[in-house]
Design a protein around this ligand. Structure first.
Ligand code: NDP
Ligand code: 8X3
Length: 253
């Protein structure tokens, strides 16, 4: 492949698996997240296994200034990657609307929506100037359908769904492809984060059926990225075979 790929949220789950999948193709990687140690360990594993170039940047996507300084520390040719994968995101809590935490709302909106906006707004002008690029946003089934107590998380992913369409329209004249991969249930650290470290509760989300793995989703992201230049996979909804909609699962206990 030989492309440069910038991945947010590469310290865990889907982002980490994307890093490994793209590394196999020989891509130059820019891996970002807040947890520096995890990024370093992953970068070392990738360099040793695939002999590919990997840069790591530790920043919080909600801090636009921090993000911009981190990108400016990269060699000039990597500041505008061929592919940007906007993956960093999280859910916090699962409470009815009238009981949900204001702090959780702020963090989800700032991370899932403003984080994606900050980064895309910073990098897309460079793609426009170059006349090429591919932005792949990780949405969710939660952005297409609302489920009980999902309220603000679902709304942030609906925003990702809308922004993907908006970016595709506005960046169309400049040779920039914009895609969304929207997964159903994927077993990662997502539910441990959502339930603030409650491992048992997190495990129960994936009990009785086979969820997607982060690698399953990374395979789809790689497929989207590997299409010929005249093809854009605009939107992929990928779910476990045991999931029919945001809240309907076939579970066997
Ligand atoms: P994980 O919790 O395993 O990974 C989330 C990643 O996002 C981590 O690398 C984390 O890194 C990063 N991240 C979170 N907040 C920030 C922040 N403020 N700044 C920078 N990085 C941040 O979950 P998943 O891999 O499952 O989630 C990845 C994406 O997939 C998310 O957008 C999620 O909404 C989406 N998704 C997940 C599904 C699932 O069922 N798991 C289904 C559909 C979509 P660090 O903590 O080191 O900063
Ligand atoms: C993550 C999937 O259904 O738990 O976006 O919200 S879900």
């Amino acid at each position: 492949m030989g492309k440069s790929v910038f991945i947010t949220g590469a310290s865990s789950g889907i982002g980490r698996s994307c890093a490994l999948r793209f590394a196999e193709t020989g891509a130059e990687l820019i891996l970002t997240a807040r947890r520096h140690d995890r990024l370093q360990a992953l970068a070392e594993q990738i360099r040793n296994t695939y002999q590919t170039i990997v840069y790591t940047l530790s920043f919080d996507v909600t801090h636009a200034g921090e993000m911009q300084s981190a990108i400016e520390s990269l060699p000039r040719h990597l500041r505008c990657p061929d592919i940007l994968i906007n993956n960093a995101g999280l859910a916090l809590g699962l409470k009815p609307f009238h009981e949900a935490s204001y702090d959780h709302w702020d963090t989800m909106i700032d991370t899932n929506v403003k984080g994606l906006l900050n980064l895309s707004r910073f990098i897309s002008p460079m793609m426009v100037q170059r006349g090429s690029g591919h932005i792949i946003n990780i949405g969710s089934i939660a952005g297409k359908e609302v489920y009980p107590n999902g309220n603000i998380y679902c709304a942030t992913k609906a925003a990702v769904d809308s922004l993907t369409k908006a970016m595709r329209i506005d960046l169309l004249p400049y040779g920039i492809r914009v895609s969304q991969v929207a997964p159903g249930a994927v077993e990662t650290e997502f539910s441990v984060v959502r339930f603030e470290g409650d491992e048992e509760r997190a495990k129960s989300v994936y009990a009785g059926y086979k969820p997607l793995s982060a690698g399953d989703v990374a395979d789809v992201v790689l497929w989207v990225a590997q299409q010929p230049p005249h093809v854009n996979i605009s939107d992929v909804l990928v779910m476990p075979a045991a999931q029919a909609s945001a809240s309907i699962f076939h579970k066997k206990f």
